[in-house]
Design a protein around this ligand. Structure first.
Ligand code: UDP
Length: 325
């Protein structure tokens, strides 16, 4: 099979490319390197099945040509990371909405199945836990910048499902819950790489709010396995939305302590109010916990890596990076 991965030089995209090449498929990635990095895929260049185009997926002509050569499209290119969303809201909204429009429009002309990456962020402030795919989105007002990300991804979902209903374009949507692992950068605010890098450098670990907010962190290898199997499933997955996440829930304060323990760091934990970390009026989710029954039934999927395994992998990655610099 031939795959096109937009955002293929990003954290998740590069792991997906690696997995597809390992099973003997051909992979073409399209990435503008705005948040991704060629370092993430440098090791794939020697694989005869690997090709790449450094350009934007906002260009209909480029996307049309690459879609034409592919059997299946993974659309992962997006602006992600809470810091990026707060600092560059125009870019977030435009990238997330416009690129998805272009990819779906071009794929539709050739009837190529498309995977659309969405996010647990769309559940917003909902208290209806665990979050189920048919649950309500509970978002704040437009003056709070963070919600633009959830709204832009919600539009992507609506559009993907509309293409399926109205134009019979096979589309699959997955909502990813805090995916972590090697190659994820802390540059755009993600908590796990940020805390690990702080601990390794002996700098204070920054815990925002009261640290009691919880998340479930899922290893990128588990996520990639779900992505590969969902598109391999074909018909039963089309027009459907799936949660992908771990069910090991942990508070951010516990996470920071665990990082200190596993790195053997003597760094302290600094508690930082949300307003100082992000912006005035910032709203966080106190809990985020997925229901994964649907993907369990469809694929027999569940996450397999414990948080300690994930942290060990991330620590090892950053230790290796630091020794190269
Ligand atoms: N967070 C933190 N310290 C950091 C970065 C993030 O305490 O240096 C918190 C953040 O406020 C949120 C959680 O960690 O409550 C997860 O943040 P992340 O940006 O990784 O993902 P989110 O779940 O918010 O999309």
């Amino acid at each position: 099979m031939r795959y096109l991965i937009t955002g293929g030089a990003g954290f998740i995209g590069s792991h997906l490319a690696e997995a597809l090449l390992a099973q003997g498929d051909r992979v073409h990635i399209l990435d503008d390197l705005s948040t991704g990095s060629i370092d993430n895929v440098r090791h794939l260049k020697k694989d005869a099945g690997f090709e790449y185009t450094i350009d934007t997926c906002a260009s209909p002509s480029i996307v049309a040509e690459l879609v034409d050569e592919a059997d299946i499209v993974y659309h992962l290119a997006a602006a992600v990371g809470v810091d990026l969303i707060i600092d560059s809201p125009v870019r977030t909204i435009e990238t997330n909405v416009h690129c998805t429009e272009v990819v779906l429009a071009q794929a539709s002309k050739k009837k190529k199945p498309v995977f659309i990456a969405s996010t647990s962020e769309v559940y917003g402030k909902s208290k209806d836990l665990p979050f189920r795919e048919d649950g309500d989105f509970v978002l704040g007002g437009s003056s709070t910048g963070r919600w633009s990300y959830a709204c832009s991804k919600a539009i992507d979902e609506f559009l993907a499902l509309a293409y399926w209903k109205e134009r019979k374009l096979p589309t699959v949507v997955a909502r990813l819950f805090n995916t972590v692992g090697p190659r994820q950068t802390g540059r755009y605010g993600m908590v796990v790489p940020t805390l690990v890098q702080q601990a390794l450098a002996g700098r204070p670990l920054t815990v925002y709010g009261d640290g009691r907010q919880t998340r479930c962190f899922c290893h990128v290898d588990d996520v990639v396995r779900a992505l590969v199997d969902l598109m391999a499933l074909g018909d039963p997955a089309y027009g459907e939305v799936f949660n992908i996440g771990s069910q090991e829930e942990m508070s951010i304060l516990e996470l920071a302590s665990r990082v200190i323990e596993l790195t053997g760091s003597d760094a302290e934990i600094h508690m930082i109010p949300y307003e100082a970390a992000y912006e005035a009026g910032f709203e966080d989710m106190p809990r985020r916990y997925p229901d994964v029954t649907k993907i369990g039934h469809a694929l027999g999927w569940s996450s397999t890596h414990t948080l300690d395994e994930i942290l060990s992998d991330v620590i090892q990655f950053h230790q290796a990076e630091a020794s190269v610099v």
